[in-house]
Design a protein around this ligand. Structure first.
Ligand code: HEC
Ligand code: HEC
Length: 254
């Protein structure tokens, strides 16, 4: 019994030390020039146009252009995507621009702009890291004739998957409400609706192949068109923190 209590004690000490280290979460990416990243985002560089001309003034993405939200996305993930575009491991088949955009930047520029974007829209409120919201307005999309899904059906897949249909719960990799897990699993909660749908279809039809160990291609293969609309409808409005699950895991930057 005593050993059991001792073990419990050890567990709670570990849990405590994770909760009370906001200093780590506010940490900056070592060796990144945030000012250069900001300049590239706002003004572009050489032949690479300003990122905000497509990704929105504050990096929250744009459904009309099919661009993703970049603000507050995991640093390592953003840096990987830019490297993948630059090296043609990911092909932008949406507007055919990101490969050229990324090639126009040096590896250091890509790191700088990724670090800057990760920092956009993140603020500390008390001890908690808050991330700006910015998903799509599903009702407005619907009024404009965009086909949307049913949020509660999407929520079921995000949280539980479907054992009968071989669909794993999205949260098993992407965490609660798709808020992301460093370094590999991107934030998909409050991502733009149109972009979520397009990427799930691209993983499913094999036109996006830069997911390590085919993790997303295997998942997306099991999804019907309806499932894709449902999960995107739920995720685009899924905040990173909710009542009873208030803490974004402390992030460790390199
Ligand atoms: C002409 C419009 C345009 C411009 C300018 C642009 N982008 Fe993009 N970006 C896109 C589109 C469209 C996509 C989605 C492409 C796809 O489906 O692969 C995208 C995707 C991305 C992604 C992948 C994000 C994810 O969640 O996987 C990153 C990172 C990115 N852009 C960064 C940038 C940066 C940094 C700049 C400025 C240097 C920039 N973009 C400029 C249109 C643009
Ligand atoms: C086995 C782990 C795993 C599971 C389960 C999983 N994903 Fe992913 N997902 C990944 C990885 C890894 C990536 C990043 C791929 C890369 O590096 O380009 C990703 C990327 C994505 C992206 C692209 C994000 C972007 O910004 O480009 C979307 C959208 C996505 N996942 C949605 C889902 C949905 C919806 C589910 C549940 C139906 C799901 N994922 C389940 C591992 C997983």
């Amino acid at each position: 019994m005593r050993t059991y209590l001792k073990k419990l004690g050890a567990v709670s000490v570990i849990a405590m030390s994770v909760v009370v280290s906001p200093a780590v979460a506010s940490g900056k990416v070592t060796g990144a020039d945030y000012a250069n990243g900001k300049t590239i985002f706002e003004q572009g560089k050489g032949d690479t146009p300003a990122c905000n001309s497509c990704h929105g003034a504050t990096g929250l993405g744009d459904d009309n252009m099919g661009t993703p939200r970049l603000a507050g996305q995991i640093y390592q993930f953003l840096a990987k995507q830019l490297d993948d575009y630059a090296n043609d491991r990911r092909m932008d088949t949406t507007m055919y621009v990101m490969n050229a955009n990324a090639k126009g930047l040096t590896p250091q520029d890509r790191k700088d702009v990724a670090a800057y974007l990760n920092s956009v829209g993140r603020v500390f409120s008390g001890e908690q890291l808050q991330v700006a919201s910015g998903g799509s307005d599903v009702d407005a999309l619907k009024e404009n004739g965009v086909e949307v899904g049913v949020a509660y059906l999407g929520k079921e897949l995000v949280n539980f998957g479907s054992v009968e249909r071989g669909i794993p719960a999205c949260l098993s990799c992407h965490s609660h409400n798709g808020r992301g897990v460093e370094p590999m699993y991107p934030r998909i909660g409050e991502q733009k609706f149109v972009y979520l749908v397009s990427q799930l279809k691209k993983f499913r039809d094999g036109s996006r192949t830069n997911d390590p160990m085919k993790q997303m291609r295997i998942v997306a293969k099991q999804l019907s068109d309806e499932d894709i609309l449902n999960v995107a409808t739920y995720l685009t409005q899924a905040p990173a923190t909710t009542m009873g699950n208030t803490r974004i895991p402390v992030e460790h930057l390199p």
